[in-house]
Design a protein around this ligand. Structure first.
Ligand code: ADP
Ligand code: MG
Length: 280
């Protein structure tokens, strides 16, 4: 079921438009994980990719950032375009140069380096002068004041939230126009999760960075996103404007856990009956 008339239409003339077209992904030549996923991210928007653990969110992001090859994964059908050009055959570095960066699940920082050294590694594609690097760092510290405070600390000894900020800050050092952000809320104290989403929103509004945001935390993701896709077992089962999704009865019941009966399991039989209704 689609709650949205045609999200593609408004974005067609948009240069940073990301379009994933009916992709199928297979791991190890035999494990079919994505079964024809299509999604769009218009420039300047935050799009949420939602779904339970194992639904295929990370695989989708890795397919876009061409990191699948490292995990013996292949796109066996479909294609991906960014700014109107096919990108599924580029290397991750080429993609970063074109403005598309990924922050992987699990807030990857170099634990033995300081926060600032971690950030500096993010600028490797840019060939910046000393002054340019300083300016790029200042911009990151402007959005993440906590990182400025912790700049000399060894990243491995900072909190989970600070490491997540460090990973996002590192991606920002490449001056991306779009960031693929994988589960920023995972394992982080609720207050810091809110802080991180606020920063994501201000980067979106003030720097015009578009985001494709994978999240199991449907509630917070829909509060900050413009549009959402719900993934189940390698397929998009629902998509729509974030506001429509968060007020949709099925989404409330199965993904937001706000129905009278409390949170239900995604594997609940009733859910599957309803899902058939969405897919009909
Ligand atoms: N490298 C891999 N090799 C084989 N199967 C994988 C690999 N990575 C993920 N999978 C499988 O693909 C499915 C989707 O995983 P993933 O994309 O990580 O989902 P999510 O990010 O939504 O939790 C899961 O069933 C997972 O076990
Ligand atoms: Mg994941």
């Amino acid at each position: 079921m689609s709650l949205h008339a045609n999200p593609a239409e408004s974005a067609l003339c948009n240069p940073a438009y990301l379009s994933v077209n009916n992709i199928e992904v297979i791991y190890d030549h035999v494990i079919l994980v994505l079964k024809g996923i299509s999604l769009q991210v218009p420039q300047g928007k935050i799009v949420a990719l939602l779904g339970a653990n194992g639904a295929g969110k990370s695989t989708t992001l890795k397919a876009i950032s061409t990191l699948l090859k490292n995990e013996r994964g292949d796109i066996t059908k479909g294609d991906i375009t960014f700014q109107g050009q096919r990108v599924d055959h580029l290397t991750p570095n080429e993609l970063v140069r074109r403005g598309l960066s990924q922050v992987m699940e699990g807030r990857h920082c170099f634990g033995h380096l300081s926060v600032e050294e971690n950030l500096l590694t993010g600028a490797y594609t840019r060939n910046l002068s000393r002054a340019g690097l300083k300016e790029a760092l200042e911009k990151v510290y402007h959005y993440f004041p906590r990182l400025r405070e912790r700049r000399q600390s060894q990243a491995g000894y900072t909190s989970g939230g600070e490491q997540q900020m460090c990973a996002i800050g590192r991606a920002l050092m490449a001056k991306p126009s779009m960031i693929l952000l994988d589960e920023p809320s995972m394992g982080i104290a609720p207050q810091l999760v809110e802080e991180i989403f606020e920063i994501v929103k201000s980067l979106n509004v003030q720097e015009n960075v578009s985001f494709l945001l994978a999240e199991q935390n449907t509630n917070i993701a829909l509060r900050y996103a413009d549009f959402g896709y719900i993934l189940e077992n390698g397929r998009v089962v629902m998509e729509g404007d974030a506001k429509d999704l968060s007020s949709n009865e099925d989404v409330k019941e199965f993904y937001l856990g706000v129905s009278g009966a409390g949170r239900k399991s995604f594997r609940d039989m009733k859910f599957y009956r309803r899902r058939k209704r969405w897919l009909a």
